[in-house]
Design a protein around this ligand. Structure first.
Ligand code: FMN
Length: 232
């Protein structure tokens, strides 16, 4: 099973002993930047600084059109050759929800069962079939890709993950909160939902408004620029 189950401390590479999140304290998140932003601080807070991963949601419903509104925004984020391979399946009905929950890891099951809406974010390895619209100047590349399924799968995965990184702040921009999860059996989800489309599931995301209590784990630190970068 890909990913991890926070409560069980299980990862795809084996068992890890983890400090229980509830034993940690919230770190302080700065309210402004050293270099002024071209967006206002309130927007930076909504998209990044104050935005939190939500573990428990209220019962407030989420409309498909709100998710589509987020897609409308995120689709303008760049991808290689503009291939735009991210696809999403909105899992709304109780029957569909049950079909998904059975493939989620441990503590991700109740989260997914009780969230008002869940989205399966996937990559489409057949993205080349839309390159006539997306990259009309690259028809020869598209033709070459038709005969290169392994390269397509790799490109689809990398660029759809990149788009996922745009999708999360875009969902926040339309007022939604998200709980992304990779702790699920991707092969089983693909067989369950994508046998026909051949989409490949990447992340399952619960979407909605935070519950009044227990919505978040304590906020954990992030690394400093000097710890994650070099200038040569
Ligand atoms: C790609 C991805 C996969 C994740 N998978 C899981 C998961 O399977 N289960 C879970 O409880 N949390 C999962 N998380 C949540 C992360 O642990 C959380 O987003 C991170 O600790 C930051 O939390 P914060 O936004 O509250 O600061 C995942 C997050 C991402 C972005």
């Amino acid at each position: 099973m890909l990913g991890y189950d926070v409560d069980a401390g299980m990862t795809s590479v084996g068992l890890q002993s983890q400090t229980l999140p509830s034993e940690n304290a919230d770190v302080a998140v700065p309210t402004s930047q050293a270099v002024p932003l071209v967006i206002d601080d309130a927007t930076a807070d909504v998209l990044f600084r104050q935005a939190r991963t939500v573990q428990a949601f209220s019962a407030d419903p989420v409309a498909d059109q709100d998710v589509h509104a987020a897609y409308d925004l995120m689709r303008w984020g760049p991808t290689a050759m503009n291939i735009s391979p991210l696809r999403y399946l909105i899992v709304r009905s109780p029957e569909s929800r049950e079909r998904l929950v059975q493939h989620m890891a441990g503590s991700n099951q109740p989260k997914t069962k009780t969230a008002p809406l869940t989205i399966i974010v996937a990559a489409d390895p057949a993205f080349h079939t839309r390159m006539d619209v997306l990259s009309p100047h690259l028809s020869e590349v598209a033709a070459g890709l038709a005969a290169a399924p392994e390269a397509r799968a790799e490109m689809a995965r990398m660029n759809a993950l990149l788009q996922l990184g745009y999708f999360i702040p875009a969902l926040r921009a339309v007022g939604l909160h998200v709980g992304p999860m990779t702790g699920f059996d991707a092969a089983a989800v693909d067989a369950e939902f994508f046998a026909e489309s051949q989409w490949q599931s990447l992340v399952v995301m619960n979407v909605g408004q935070p519950a009044a209590e227990g919505a978040h784990y304590p906020r954990a630190a992030r690394l400093e620029p000097a710890e994650v970068s070099a200038t040569i």
